[in-house]
Write a new protein. Structure first.
Length: 229
């Protein structure tokens, strides 16, 4: 999951980036409306956290431009005051949720998870493929009912694949989804993550197929799907 945080308060932004980093999201942060506009015009994000009070172009304008461009990614707005008019205006402009500062980090994370699920039309916190279960709420993975250890990056790649089962995903797309600006990861690194994930998952009948020239496809053996059904 790739997330853009638009927030001019350095301290708050650092806290949000740290929290999301730990959950395996790829996070970019900008501190002005102009930079947000630029980032949103050039990259694809799964989620945007948008402060309303920004220097220059405010959050409302950023949101308006985003929706005018036809971009439908979920947006969580942050407002400094509990002003009804701000919240109504944000929602009317196409925000999906809002939080009033100050807020608890745990609630922020829960709302983001809900928005991510809505963005990919999932209604459960559990992602399942054959004998593999990723619980995005508890942030734990199980394979054949045994806990599965994943690095933050492996988690990020696997969550992305699980949320898009049945789709062939290109290396570039995966790379863009799991890497933020301050990380330099080559497309070859994706192959390394895939091979590590395969070593962990294939004995349990969960396969990452390479579709030559197109990308990767996550699927479970028929037998394991029946066994877990
Ligand atoms: Ca602000």
């Amino acid at each position: 999951m790739r997330v853009l945080i638009v927030e001019d308060d350095d301290l708050l932004a650092a806290g949000l980036v740290r929290a999301l980093d730990q959950t395996g999201y790829a996070v970019d942060r900008v501190n002005s409306g102009e930079r947000a506009d630029l980032a949103l015009s050039s990259e694809t994000y799964d989620l945007v956290v948008l402060d309303i009070g920004l220097p220059g172009i405010d959050g409302f304008s950023v949101l308006k431009r985003l929706r005018t461009r036809g971009q439908t990614c979920p947006v969580l707005i942050l407002t400094a005051r509990d002003a009804v008019t701000d919240r109504v205006r944000g929602l009317d402009l196409g925000a999906d949720d809002y939080m009033v500062k100050p807020f608890a980090l745990s609630e922020f994370e829960a709302r983001l998870r809900a928005l991510v699920r809505r963005g990919v039309q999932l209604n459960s916190a559990q992602l399942v493929c054959g004998n593999l279960i990723l619980d995005t709420l508890a942030h734990r993975a199980w394979l054949n009912q045994a806990p599965l250890n994943l690095t933050a990056r492996e988690w990020g790649v696997l969550e992305y694949l699980l949320m898009r089962q049945g789709q062939v995903l290109s290396k570039d797309k995966i790379l863009q989804a799991v890497c933020s600006w301050d990380e330099t990861i080559s497309p070859n690194a994706i192959e390394v993550y895939m091979s590590r994930l395969r070593n962990k998952l294939e004995p349990a009948g969960v396969n990452i197929r390479t579709i030559r020239g197109f990308g990767y496809l996550l699927e479970a053996d028929d037998t394991t799907q029946h066994a877990s059904a």
